[in-house]
Design a protein around this ligand. Sequence first.
Ligand code: ZN
Ligand code: ZN
Length: 128
Amino acid sequence: MNKKNLFISIITAFIVLEILSISIMDSITPWAILHYHSIGLKIIGWYLIAQIGLSFLAMIFISALPDRPCPICNHDLKAFIPVYGSLVICPRCRSMFHKNCFKSKLRCPICYPEDEEKPDVLLDFRRD
Ligand SMILES: [Zn+2]
Ligand SMILES: [Zn+2]
């Protein structure tokens, strides 16, 4: 999911709507297809409009995200969403991570730093 792909999907959906409207409804208004009596075409029309709307929202969401690296994998949060999954926010420290990175750690590495995770079973063997 990146800005360029979202932009292409908006344009594609818009062009398809436009072509359908011009060829079937003889109208340059892209949503004219929604007034057509065929339920199939209405569904396609609504689907394309939903695609435009959702892509647009996703674009705004992506633009609003900060350019920060993920504290777990150290890759850019936005750029690596296709690789490491969507973003999750730790409810305690409000840090952002990739979903898959966060899952692999089981808990937030900022609230619970690595060195606190000592395997306590081994400690008993040290007494001699
Ligand atoms: Zn990550
Ligand atoms: Zn946290």
